[in-house]
Design a protein around this ligand. Structure first.
Ligand code: HPA
Length: 234
């Protein structure tokens, strides 16, 4: 048992998918995994372990934002021996050619979080995806003809910003999309010598203000899950 995950050693697979929403974790367990068993209910941050194509895979809600995912990633790696962590989430596009419903793979994750600034005083660390997982996700998306983009994402601490124009500076330097967790996941994976990847679907567009309907989100979610599970078990 760890502080935030009420499971026993061995209850969690080596590979964990991490949606932000714990109810998404339940949905993934019920619809994509076989023989899924719930191992965590603490704080409603559900976690399940089942199998996908005969291989053990877990799915653990991360909550929203860098502090929350940092707690779960830290405990999964250090208390349960997890070796591969794949975040599956949504993002807001900052680029006109990154469309709503497209997939984005975070090759790197810029951030505006104070956590890494305190870790690396007067230095800048570049949180980076695991290349092997990224290659597998790209291959899975390409073979299915899914539309995807690979590049720099922004992990922000603030969903509601005081300065509504601030994102444009990131966009001007090629950042594809904004979300709230990837940079922490990459930093902790690097610190503890494990593999991590962030796979996102574009749910809203900062330029056009477009948003996806819940039906559309379900369809693109299905594509993202196929890619994430392929990367997880291949
Ligand atoms: N900002 C931050 N996180 C997000 C967004 C956004 O616009 N869309 C989806 N996750």
């Amino acid at each position: 048992m760890s502080i935030h995950i009420g499971a026993q050693a061995g209850d969690v697979a080596d590979t964990v998918l991490m949606p932000g929403d714990p109810l998404r974790a339940q949905f993934i367990a019920e619809n994509y995994l076989e023989n899924a068993v719930q191992y965590n209910k603490v704080r409603g941050m559900y976690g399940f372990t089942g199998t996908y194509r005969g291989q053990r895979v877990s799915v653990q809600g991360s909550g929203m934002g860098i502090p929350s995912i940092s707690i779960y990633a830290h405990e999964l790696i250090n208390e349960f021996g997890v070796k591969k962590l794949i975040r599956v989430g949504s993002c807001g596009s900052m680029q006109k050619d990154v469309h709503i419903r497209d997939m984005v793979f975070g090759m790197a994750a810029s951030h505006d979080s104070g956590i890494n600034d305190r870790r690396f005083p007067a230095m800048t660390y570049a949180p980076t995806a695991d290349f092997e997982l990224l290659e597998k996700a790209v291959a899975a998306a390409r073979s299915r003809d899914y539309t995807f983009h690979v590049g720099n994402i922004l992990s922000t601490d603030t969903f509601y910003n005081d300065d509504l124009e601030l994102w444009k500076q990131w966009a001007a330097f090629g950042v594809l999309a904004v979300e709230m967790e990837g940079a922490a996941l990459y930093t902790l994976a690097a610190k503890f010598g494990v593999q991590a990847l962030t796979i996102l679907t574009v749910s809203d567009h900062l330029l056009s203000q477009e948003q996806t309907s819940s039906e559309e989100r379900q369809k693109t979610f299905t594509q993202m899950m196929e890619v994430a599970l392929e990367a997880a078990v291949s």
